[in-house]
Design a binder for this molecule. Sequence first.
Ligand code: ADP
Length: 480
Amino acid sequence: MATSKSLGTAQILDALRVITDPGSGKDFVSLGLVANIKVQAGKVSFDLYIPSHAQDHKDEIKRKAVDAVKNIEGVLAVFVNATLKPRPRVVHGQQAVPGVNHVIVVGSGKGGVGKSTSSVNLAFALKKLGYSVGLLDADIYGPSQATMLSKFLSLDAKPEVKENLLIPLDVEGVKTISMGFMIERDQPTVWRAPMATKMIQQFLLGVEWGELDFLIIDLPPGTGDIQLTLSQQSNISGAIVVTTPQKVAVEIARKGLLMFKHVGVPILGVLETMSGFACGDCGSMSAIFGEGGAKALSKEDNVPLLGQVPIDAALVRSCDEGYPIVLKDPQSASSKAYLQAAASIISQVEAQGVGSEQDVVPLAVESLPAVEGSSHRLAIFWSDGFKYTYNAKDLRFYCPCAVCVDEFSGKRRITPDSIAQDVSLEKALPVGRYGVNLVWTDKHTTGIYTYKYLRELDAEKVQERPNPPEESARLSQARS
Ligand code: ADP
């Protein structure tokens, strides 16, 4: 993060607002598709996340971005890293699993609806689309991936442990870990929920996943402890709910969907399996398990329908042979449905993360000169496109450090009068991934302002605040 008086991040962001997403028509900066801006001796570099629907325009967008920045006075060279991968999910500066850009859970209301089959095939479909993928079989009571991948792995394959981390097994480029690799084949898993939950966390964080675009987690069916713990504790990019078309299955799937919503996990969509049977002779479709269930669920609960996988005997065979259909027969109707669903997942991930409050971080902090009758000001350019302008004196007054606020009572130890009218910002130093240390010209250096706090300090109000003590009380209350 840079405080800038000459060439700075803020100027570059402003220039890049001319780049628009052909899909939504919104500008790239507001959509949060620009990141990692670096400026050094007139050389500017940044990352551009091109949405997959705009992939045909990638070169044109990149060229426009270079031209826009090149035109800024003082810029000597521009380096753009344009990628078609979705922007990583980071919540309050943290990833769910370090190094993994997106964690996606696959759940279902009840067992036997094709959740594991779908998790495996979606993982390979995402791999086929060019992403790096991991697959975690968290269905610890009925792990099936060792069987579903048995063409590539011996049934007694065991992951190695290095420096206390499990090394996932590589199946055609997808990193996999399953409870099935850890227990004897004919042993039942007899664990109480707390133990099972602990095991899942161990799986999530105790595995050397490396750098991944996606980690697909195959959850146990239902809405129990494990599902809840996993959903609550991780910065999950989203959930997929798998269901068959029957009314009874859909009703239970809705419970799963509501659970995810309840704990704030974004729903990427519903995937319907065993959707209809194509007659081998005439090709006509029969709705053996009913029809329209997932479509209705998607409509009523306002979530996307990711796809419909037909009832497919070849898919069952491929599961039994341990050879996922997306690898075995990529041209089959089921594989096409999974590939299409994977593409929809990408679009959903691209759309849901952008501009979400949780993801917002400051991209630049800029000192602005005093205007007549007021103190210096300070502009923060946030990753969701907002620019907050603070009155420097007010922001200094609201310093959250222990010198300025009594830690126990929350009472402010300083008064507005004790702060110099002409105080301004000297530097802004990033602290971890969650805040910024503002260093003021009055030599006050201990204030660490979290991004959350800076967003809560409604900039307009800070400037117009008529009665500082009251406002201070409101803020301390809001923080406690
Ligand atoms: P879950 O994980 O929901 O318990 P599975 O993925 O283990 O379900 O699938 C249960 C059974 O249904 C397996 O035998 C699998 O081969 C079969 N199956 C999955 N999807 C389909 C489909 N689209 N058509 C026919 N059978 C399927």
